[in-house]
Design a protein around this ligand. Structure first.
Ligand SMILES: [Zn+2]
Length: 335
């Protein structure tokens, strides 16, 4: 893989939904040498433009990869110094139980449960964080109400070119867009907007204002998607290591048929393994772009990921590379 150190760096920084600054600064640094224009909007979306050559068939293509990861926010500090949380995004209480979370100032805590975890039934209010404080006054030296915290999950290799880390959802997409930008020398026919969005995990909030500003001809969400090739409570065809996923449908969007066809054509030309993605839970920034302005034709490029939304997401490096190449090929397509 061309730049795995960058993928690792992206997964390890803090980027809980609404607090994406650390991720954004890495992307700004990496995109700088290759972009024609970089701007940050009021919500914190980073919009990176690479212009194409003059062409009567020129289109505006908007890629959207969300920078944010799921996490929590402190809602109450109890007299004993433990912290109560609310969700920033969809969390499984069973995944975070007895594991560590980190605050932006480096404070680390362990997540416990007020009562048996089996009875928490995914209610985040049953959890607490223990940062080792003696009492509330001690805790307040390190953390205050409204402070976000995120998962800790080091970047490690599993067998067969699989990697495991926190926030592969969606630093994979951020990495792929940076790679695709690097491969765009400006000789293609399209103006390409590589948009790194905020607050996707809170309901695809960032992509919409970005799409309103850009008014793209085509919008493509670049994200992860749940894998179905291991014992889990989801059913579908997504397999880790079997190639990049071309989104056809999820509960939030039906992808444009021409976009799907062009993506398949790109994969065939570039000899990239691919799968067709249909999921019946979840959604992506494709939905927000789809419903922006007077409607936008959209599609999605995804990487099948096991154990999404926890500190130990698992994905294939080969799928990640194939996705980056598909982004590059789609950006260069003459419509
Ligand atoms: Zn995601």
């Amino acid at each position: 893989m061309r730049n795995e150190a960058l993928l690792e760096e992206l997964t390890q920084v803090f980027g809980v939904a609404g607090f994406e600054g650390e991720v954004r600064e890495i992307i700004r640094r990496e995109a700088g040498p290759y972009a024609d224009e970089i701007r940050e909007d009021a919500m914190g979306n980073l919009i990176v433009l690479k212009k194409g050559k003059d062409s009567p068939r020129k289109k505006r293509i908007m890629f959207a990869a969300h920078m944010d990861e799921i996490g929590f926010m402190v809602k109450k500090i109890l007299p004993d110094g433990t912290l109560l949380l609310c969700n920033l995004g969809w969390n499984w209480t069973g995944s975070v139980y007895n594991s560590r979370v980190r605050f932006r100032n480096g404070t680390v805590g362990v997540v416990g449960c007020r009562g048996p975890i089996e009875e928490a039934k995914n209610q985040v209010g049953k959890l607490f964080v223990d940062i080792g404080a003696k009492d509330a006054a001690d805790a307040e030296k390190y953390v205050r109400i409204g402070e976000p915290c995120g998962y800790m999950g080091p970047y490690v290799h599993l067998q067969n070119d699989l990697v495991c880390a926190k926030s592969l959802d969606n630093r994979i997409g951020c990495y792929q867009l940076l790679e695709a930008l690097r491969d765009n020398d400006g000789s293609g026919p399209n103006d390409v907007y590589y948009v790194f969005t905020v607050q996707e995990e809170l309901g695809c909030r960032g992509a919409r204002p970005a799409a309103e500003a850009i008014r793209p001809d085509f919008g493509v969400a670049v994200d992860i998607t749940p894998a179905h090739d291991y014992p889990c409570d989801l059913e579908g065809s997504n397999e880790v290591g079997k190639g990049v996923e071309i989104k056809v449908c999820d509960p939030s969007v039906v992808c444009d048929e021409q976009v799907v066809r062009v993506m398949e054509e790109c994969c065939k030309r570039e000899q990239l393994p691919y799968q067709l993605e249909v999921i019946d839970q979840g959604g992506t920034d494709a939905s927000s772009m789809n419903l922006s302005h007077y409607g936008v034709r959209v599609g999605g490029i995804a990487v099948a990921t096991r154990y999404p939304h926890c500190q130990s997401c698992v994905a294939s490096l080969q799928d990640i590379e194939a996705g980056a190449k598909l982004c590059a090929a789609f950006a260069a397509w003459e419509f």
